[in-house]
Design a protein around this ligand. Structure first.
Ligand code: ADP
Ligand code: MG
Length: 323
């Protein structure tokens, strides 16, 4: 079954300078039980994409085209009440700053009990389950720690608690937007490993956003590479990272000396900038920064097959095949 199916999605923002085309004809899907990563420089539209899935879009956002289907049913047309019922239950989220998720004036235990309000269990049973979840994400002495407030935990601990809370509802889809970016590298690795174990237990799908190539390589089954509001490449982590078909993906990997080790903290910088999304260039969106640009790149390349389950939007693919 397909948990999330995004087809031909275009979203723009109204701005004083004109319409900013943040997403253009984006398609991607997440099969049941799979972990899909989205990688791309800042400003590529990753958060805009997520905001459409959880339907928490900015007031100036406009959906120009496309569909977002969650377990087969349309998301974009649902009422706000239906969306509220879905968020935090069948679709859970973890953000970069866990303080956004935690209420500072309630103990962690109280918050973890509250989140189970739909379950017909006693409070004692709910506390027991909360302690089990804390133990699962690697928090020592969980029973005692349930009585503490968020500020009494370190940043890494708070992020583990946020993950525990997100998984408590047994969601079909967990969305994590740069959840480990603010943490140090060692902690990041620990949390990613734990997340992977938990995912196997809970059996949910994960949409994981990061600009850390190493984290995506470590955690994900599949990867979607976004550039300036478009999907430029997608496929299994293995195919995309070991045999990249798009010059953008290749550039990301090449100027990354550690290659795709987890130690790679930040996305390497490619010379040049993302084009102005209000005045888009014609043709290939990456052409201006591409070493292999040629005359034909003034028309926008369609996504084409670069192998089984591997696609990229670049004319070079055909040339690679015929070479
Ligand atoms: P990412 O998460 O990949 O960094 P975003 O989805 O946040 O990218 O942003 C994509 C583009 O849309 C950027 O150019 C950003 O400046 C712009 N953008 C995001 N939100 C708004 C908004 N509410 N109004 C205008 N522009 C926005
Ligand atoms: Mg973002």
């Amino acid at each position: 079954m397909t948990v999330l199916d995004i087809r031909d999605l275009s979203i723009s923002y109204d701005t004083p300078r004109g319409s900013l085309k943040a997403l253009r004809n984006v398609s991607m899907m997440i099969p049941e039980g799979r972990i899909v990563g989205i990688v791309g420089e800042s400003g590529c539209g990753k958060s805009t994409l997520i905001s459409s899935v959880i339907r928490l879009m900015a007031p100036n956002a406009r959906v120009g085209s496309g569909e977002v289907r969650f377990k087969g049913a349309d998301i974009l047309g649902r009422s706000e009440a239906e969306m509220r019922a879905l968020r935090g239950t069948d679709i859970s989220m973890v953000f970069q700053d866990p303080m956004q998720t935690h209420n500072p004036v309630l103990t962690v235990g109280r918050q973890m009990v509250d989140i189970q309000y739909r379950d017909k269990k006693t409070k004692t049973e709910k506390l027991k389950r909360a302690a089990e979840m804390l133990a699962l994400v690697g928090i020592p002495d969980p029973e005692a720690r349930l009585n503490q407030y968020p500020f009494e935990f370190s940043g890494g601990m708070r992020q583990r608690i946020a993950i525990a809370m997100a998984l408590m509802a047994k969601p079909s889809l967990l969305i994590a937007d740069e959840p480990t970016t603010a943490l140090d590298a060692t902690l990041e690795v620990q949390i990613i490993k734990r997340l992977k174990e938990l995912q196997e237990e809970v059996g949910c799908s994960i949409l994981f956003i990061s600009h850390h190539l190493g984290v995506i390589a470590e955690l994900c089954d599949e990867v979607v590479v976004m550039y300036a509001g478009e999907v430029v490449e997608s496929g299994s982590v293995r195919d995309v990272f070991h045999n990249p078909a798009h010059p953008y993906t290749r550039a990301l990997l090449e100027c990354d000396p550690g290659h795709i080790k987890v130690s790679t903290r930040v996305l390497p910088t490619i010379p040049g900038n993302i084009p102005d999304l209000i005045n888009l260039p014609r043709g290939c969106i990456f052409a201006e920064r591409c070493e292999r640009r040629h005359a034909a790149c003034t028309t926008r390349p369609e996504m084409r097959s670069a192998g089984a389950g591997h696609q990229a939007a670049c004319l070079l693919i055909e040339e690679r095949e015929t070479a």
